[in-house]
Ligand binder design. Structure first.
Ligand code: G3P
Length: 287
């Protein structure tokens, strides 16, 4: 399973890349906004083109970086997708264009199939596409048929919708059970478009793509905590795109820290001497 970093903050990207476990990066307009706003006082406003080029270069060849279009109509999305690809793929050959699977807004405005048509047109031009804002297996199927190389089911936001429906208050990193929750009566499961959890959405897409041998990678997105990563891995997601904080939480465990304390306390001088100097060469051995 590949791990992508879900961030547009260059310092986070560089740090995570230095750990040697980042296979790619995903950005979106909200993450770019966060990066633009994270400039310290007195720092110059972000030079967006240069900044994005630094991201692409830091992540490196063979590690895809998703960049999202800003427009909502098919013509403009295709134009912007081509522009982004031409301008940024030359940096490290790793640009992927993110297109929303459907650009109709919350007021019902916009053409239903502009996202799918834009994916199709860009894919025909051999531009790799990550279809984003996927909330159902059907949307994933349409995106894959249109030629998307990746689909991004928003697991955490499906869980948010179910909790809101159930009237549950929650914090963003809270765990949501893979098998869903019941309503107030305790008898009926609460669902979102027939799905009991975000991880179920990922699982259904993975199963469908395997069943029909559809060559499109599933990026579990909108990840909220380490257990969700574990569950997305268990259901066969090809990739999980993970926020920096969640990635850090994945390496921590109190048992590991307790073990570190115990091992450190048990270090005997004879063992520590091994690390002081190499008897044969007389050279210091680095710690
Ligand atoms: O990759 C999608 C992601 O950035 C959205 O995450 O936490 O805003 O639902 P979130």
């Amino acid at each position: 399973m590949k791990l992508f970093l879900d961030s547009a903050i260059l310092s986070e990207i560089k740090e995570a890349v230095s750990w040697g476990i980042v296979d790619g990066v995903t950005t979106n307009p909200s993450l770019i906004k966060k990066a633009a706003q994270s400039r310290g006082e007195g720092e110059e406003a972000i030079d967006m083109e240069g900044y994005i080029k630094q991201i692409l270069a830091s992540v490196g060849r063979l590690c895809p970086v998703s960049l999202e279009v800003a427009a909502l109509s098919v013509e403009e999305m295709v134009e912007q997708g081509k522009m982004l690809y031409e301008r940024f793929d030359s940096v490290a050959g790793n640009a992927v264009i993110k297109i929303p699977v459907c650009t109709m807004n919350g007021r019902g405005e916009g053409n239903l199939f502009d996202g799918i048509a834009a994916i199709n047109e860009l894919a025909e031009e051999k531009i790799p596409i990550n279809a984003t804002l996927v909330f159902t297996p059907e949307q994933a199927l349409l995106a894959a048929k249109a030629g998307a190389e990746y689909v991004s089911p928003f697991a955490g936001r499906v869980d948010d919708r179910i909790r809101r429906k159930a009237g549950i208050t929650f914090e963003k990193p809270d765990y949501f059970p893979l098998n869903g929750i019941t309503d107030e009566s305790g008898k009926e499961m609460v669902n979102d478009y027939g799905l009991l959890s975000g991880v179920e959405l990922v699982a259904r897409i993975v199963e469908m793509f395997r069943e029909y041998e559809i060559e499109c990678e599933v990026i579990a997105a909108s990840i909220r905590n380490a257990i969700q990563v574990r569950e997305c891995a268990a259901v066969g997601a090809d990739i999980a795109t993970i926020p920096f904080g969640v990635l850090k939480s994945m390496v921590m465990h109190p048992g590991t820290s307790d073990g570190i304390d115990a091992f450190t306390a048990d270090l005997v001088p004879e063992y520590l001497d091994l690390f002081k100097a190499d008897e044969n060469t007389g050279q210091e051995v680095s710690e």
